[in-house]
Design a protein around this ligand. Structure first.
Ligand code: AHR
Length: 547
């Protein structure tokens, strides 16, 4: 079933997926003086919106762990047990459900034993990312970004998760450690104190209670940095690494490393190979991890871009929709009952690092309003596929790629993307329902080619008598006057929140930390429906009380 139908009038050059129903003639909307329309269909449920769709990802890459998450105890920067307090405080209100660690590519060079036990006994290792610096014209530096001090290891990661109320998701090393290490890392984390030597080592570090880690990634990007495997080879490794891992009363959820973007063959061949062992073979796979980054083209500048680059990035972010449906159908060839769910454990807009960020921070830049719209339309896409996607992790939480936060020494800010996560938290655990949108599509030119993007994209969820609608207006200059209705119900009351700016490049900085923040918007209810102005270049959340 298509989550949002395109009713009519779609031009053949339309870019991207099914952001919302897109039309040119809008009889119902016109009748109310509006130029666009959103109709929520509560009778057509899609699935419960897993909180895990708002998951996060941290890796020892540039300034993510050291400086970002970990500031250490002997510092003036406020911290709890070495973890940046400002980060803890900012994360709690957005209810982070899960954090993935330690990578990323770093995971397949990481020896978890390096990061346990007394700090002064932990070895210093060459950082996996050290050689990427020249490609970014960055000077090599000393410090944790060059030689990993292993100060932030498993115990510290788990404490961070506990402080922010998130479940840990650990990605194990398949490229450079044997299967025994996954087994023993599970034992270290999950076996009760006093039972195994590993549990005693954990307890000696202060953590008597087992961690109960459920999510275990089996490698990362095995088609590339994770070992250059073929799908068949990786399927064999996956089976070997996950066979007979002790449970310690924890229902382990193994996540297999899936495709890069649209590589359907990776999906088809992995599933074929694994299921060749019989129908039960897929029982050991909880999730199939898709990675997809959209990024700016040209000089890949995060904050300096033209209007066509604005649309181009949004259109490429919108590709998430077709990636989900495409891999879902490839999985169905071997898994018709869909025992295995999709996990988009790396997604985001990836630009070049800003020159004014420290040399040892890789791909660090302050995300703009454009990145916030990428986040919003991506989270809407996940809502529309709540029946297929079990978890998604934005890459990455802080100081790199599609960050929610920027930190440097004692300075700390939230990005516009953070505000999107805050606005969308209202969807967590609600019932996603099909929603139809109609709006004039947007036209733009990219590389001399004329392209089209939908005019409004969004999603809706229902919890008791509250309907939450989130919607992106991608148009750079035109507001939409949008008639919003809930089929079979009467809207009694509504509250609105809007993130927008006249400046497409608007972003927060250490000097202007609140340059871009959401504001409340009036919602006028008439005859059981709403007509809402959706500003240009905006993300809007409507919380509607219905009867
Ligand atoms: O998020 C940065 C990197 O992108 C990750 O380490 C890797 O998995 C992906 O290629």
């Amino acid at each position: 079933m298509r989550p949002m139908a395109r009713r009519t009038f779609i031009t053949s050059g339309l870019t991207g997926g099914v952001g919302c129903l897109i039309g040119r003639r809008l009889p119902a909307a016109r009748a109310q003086g509006a130029d666009s329309r959103i109709e929520v269909l509560p009778a057509e449920p899609i699935g419960t919106i897993a909180p895990e769709l708002h998951g996060h990802f941290i890796e020892h890459l540039g300034g993510v762990i050291y400086d970002g998450v970990w500031v250490g105890e002997g510092t003036n920067i406020r911290n709890t047990g070495g973890i940046r307090q400002a980060l803890i405080d900012a994360l709690r209100p957005i209810k982070p459900p899960v954090v993935r660690w330690p990578g990323g590519c770093f995971a397949d060079s990481y020896d978890w034993r390096d990061g346990i036990g007394p700090f002064d006994k932990r070895p210093r290792r060459t950082d996996f990312w050290v050689d990427s610096r020249p490609s970014q014209n960055r000077e090599p530096t000393t410090g944790p970004q060059r030689f990993d001090p292993n100060r932030f290891g498993t115990n510290e990661f788990i404490r961070f998760c506990r402080l922010v109320g998130a479940a840990p998701y650990i990605a194990a090393n398949v490229r450079s450690l044997p299967a025994k290490d996954l087994y023993q890392w599970v034992e270290y984390c999950n076996s009760p104190a006093g039972t195994t030597t590993m549990a005693d080592v954990r307890a000696a570090g202060g953590d008597l209670e087992p961690y109960g880690v459920r999510y275990w990634g089996v490698g990362n990007e095995p088609w590339g940095c994770g070992g250059n495997f073929t799908p068949e080879e990786y399927a064999t490794e996956f089976r070997r690494y996950t066979a007979w891992v002790p449970r310690f009363d924890v229902q382990l959820r193994f996540i297999a490393a899936g495709p890069n973007g649209g590589d359907r063959e990776w999906t088809t061949r992995f599933f074929r190979q694994l299921s060749a062992r019989g129908p039960g073979a897929l029982n050991g796979v909880y999730g199939w991890a898709l990675h997809y980054y959209c990024g700016s083209t040209g000089d890949r500048n995060a904050t300096q871009f033209a209007v066509d680059d604005w649309y181009d990035l949004l259109a490429r972010a919108d590709r998430m929709e077709s990636l989900i449906t495409q891999h879902w159908s490839a999985m169905a060839e071997s898994d018709p009952e869909h025992k295995v769910k999709l996990i988009v454990d790396e997604w985001g807009a990836w630009h070049a690092g800003a020159p004014d960020m420290p040399a040892n921070y890789l791909w660090a830049y302050p995300g703009t309003l454009r990145d916030a719209l990428v986040a919003a339309l991506t989270l809407d896409t996940f809502n529309r596929h709540a029946d297929k996607v079990a978890m998604a992790n934005v890459a990455q939480m802080i100081n790199t790629i599609h960050s929610l936060f920027m930190a440097r020494d004692d300075k700390f800010i939230v990005t516009p993307t953070y505000h999107v996560f805050a606005m969308y938290a209202a969807h967590q655990r609600a019932q996603a329902v099909r929603t139809e949108c109609s709006a004039p599509p947007v036209s733009f030119t990219k590389d001399g080619r004329s392209q089209t993007l939908w005019g409004l994209g969004g999603s809706a969820s229902v919890r008791d008598k509250t309907v939450t609608v989130t919607v992106v207006n991608p148009h750079a200059t035109e507001a939409r006057e949008c008639a919003v209705s809930v089929r079979g119900a009467t809207i009694r009351d509504g509250r609105g929140t809007v993130l927008s700016s006249a400046d497409l490049r608007a972003h927060n900085s250490f000097d202007q930390p609140n340059a871009l923040a959401p504001r409340e918007a009036d919602v006028t209810v008439r005859s059981g429906a709403v007509v809402q102005i959706l500003p240009p270049a905006s993300v809007t959340r409507l919380q509607l009380t219905v009867s």
